[in-house]
Design a protein around this ligand. Structure first.
Ligand SMILES: [Zn+2]
Length: 130
């Protein structure tokens, strides 16, 4: 693995090629919402507390994926990912050709797309012909 020159400050964000993946967390979020609904309907405080704590498991499933090395990690740690390709790009001073949104912004954009799809499905269900 190539290392940056001594004294160089490693700022991998400018050299990473990462894709966010919120779909696993979203799938578990749907199950979590169902479990929370059941716990609230049962008025069981212990179940509500247990399901509430499980929300951290949902957050833990927000991932990023590195297009260079294939590494998958927790979304909130994307800034520190510096694999060999990222370090080599930084040492060579080659910034990414296409500067897309950060993984965190990608997740927000995906949530907007999914929210719009849910609203569209809701509107379609209200239409009399469906
Ligand atoms: Zn990587």
């Amino acid at each position: 693995m190539r290392r940056p020159p001594p004294g160089a400050i490693l700022v991998p964000q400018e050299y990473q090629r990462l894709v966010a993946n919120p779909f696993l967390a979203l799938a578990l979020l749907i199950a979590w919402l169902g479990a929370m609904r059941l716990a609230l309907l049962a008025r069981n405080f212990v179940a509500v507390a247990v399901v509430g704590v499980c929300f951290f498991g949902v957050i833990r499933l927000l991932h990023y994926h590195c297009l260079d090395c294939g590494h998958t990690g927790w979304l909130f740690r994307w800034r520190v990912h510096a694999c060999e390709a990222v370090v080599a790009r930084q040492v060579a001073g080659r910034v990414r050709r296409w500067r897309g949104p950060t993984p965190t912004v990608q997740v927000v954009l995906w949530l907007y797309v999914i929210g719009c799809a849910v609203i569209a499905l809701g509107v379609l269900r209200l239409m009399p012909s469906f």
